[in-house]
Design a protein around this ligand. Structure first.
Ligand SMILES: NC(=O)c1ccc[n+]([C@@H]2O[C@H](COP(=O)([O-])OP(=O)(O)OC[C@H]3O[C@@H](n4cnc5c(N)ncnc54)[C@H](O)[C@@H]3O)[C@@H](O)[C@H]2O)c1
Length: 266
């Protein structure tokens, strides 16, 4: 199926590593222009170089902290200046630190809310006006099954992901009359296959889903047993649905929450 994404412009937040990197590669392979918006300059520049070797589109990097509304406004303005339009926004940047609710400092909660909830709010606020002007836009937020089931060790993160699900449903209602599609894709545990895919010096690092707790084979095996398909996801598992929702093949789909998680949440 030709998704006809060539000549489209997609912003992918957190596109420098793991799931976001795979999504950015997916768009580039389909010939779309890709704007990687990330705080990790070194890794994002490396990714963009690779993206420009794929497909026919252009890939560029804008150093953007999604928690900062001003930076996000600049991201939208510069994307419009460069490509003339924003067709697709993928709110992918996310962060969590796995631990029990009562063990975590308030600063972790604030960071989780800033990145996972304010991030998508800031990005949607920045891109929606130009999408509405053109009566065209696809907004896809990478949620999490944590937001559907309420995950152990991830209380506030789960709350944020539940928040983006409700946010997206509400905005699907508000923006439907302007022909905007707003959907959520929920991964389960999704681990990169290499440090390179993780966008890090090491596959296992704190402050990401590649938390060291999963480095322990026994822990990982126990977690994976809770997944009907008996394996954790890899970044490329998430890409096809995101591309489909970003395409006009899904033009009659909005306000939906779809898990790509081996059946973890149903
Ligand atoms: N990996 C999983 O197991 C898993 C499971 C469920 C949901 N998710 C969700 O999928 C998305 C991607 O997860 P991942 O595992 O690829 O994450 P990751 O930690 O591997 O990568 C996140 C990327 O976002 C960037 N980033 C972090 N803070 C940012 C900010 N303030 N502004 C801009 N960029 C920022 C990082 O630099 C990095 O490139 C997240 O929304 C996450 O919550 C992941």
């Amino acid at each position: 199926m030709d998704l006809e994404l060539n000549n489209k412009t997609a912003i992918v937040t957190g596109g420098a590593s793991n799931i976001g990197k795979a999504i950015a590669e997916g768009f580039a392979a389909e010939g779309a222009n890709v704007v990687v918006a990330d705080i990790d300059k070194k890794q994002a520049e490396r990714v963009v170089k690779e993206l420009n070797k794929m497909g026919n589109g252009d890939a560029i990097f804008f150093e953007t902290d999604v928690t900062d509304a001003t930076q996000v406004e600049q991201l939208a303005a510069q994307t419009l200046e460069r490509f003339g339009q924003i067709d697709i926004l993928v709110n992918n940047a996310g962060w969590t630190a796995n631990d029990l609710f009562l063990n975590k400092p308030v600063s972790d909660f604030e960071r989780e809310i800033a990145i996972n909830l304010w991030g998508p709010i800031n990005c949607i606020r920045a891109v929606a006006p130009s999408m509405i002007d053109r009566s065209y836009g696809k907004i896809i937020t990478i949620g999490s099954d944590a937001g559907r089931v309420g995950e152990y060790n991830e209380a506030v993160y789960s709350a944020c992901k539940g928040g983006v699900i409700s946010l997206s449903k509400a905005l699907a209602r508000e923006f439907g009359k302007y022909n905007l599609n707003v959907n959520v894709v929920c991964p389960g545990l999704t681990l990169p296959e290499s440090a390179d895919d993780a966008g890090a010096e090491s596959l296992w690092h704190e402050g990401s889903h590649q938390s060291r707790i999963f480095q322990d084979d026994a822990v990982l095996a126990k977690v994976v047993r809770r997944y009907p398909l008996r394996r954790h996801g890899v970044p490329n598992d998430i890409v096809p649905l995101v591309l489909l929702l970003a395409s006009d093949k899904s033009s009659y789909t909005t306000g939906q929450v779809v898990s790509v998680s081996g059946g973890y949440a149903m």
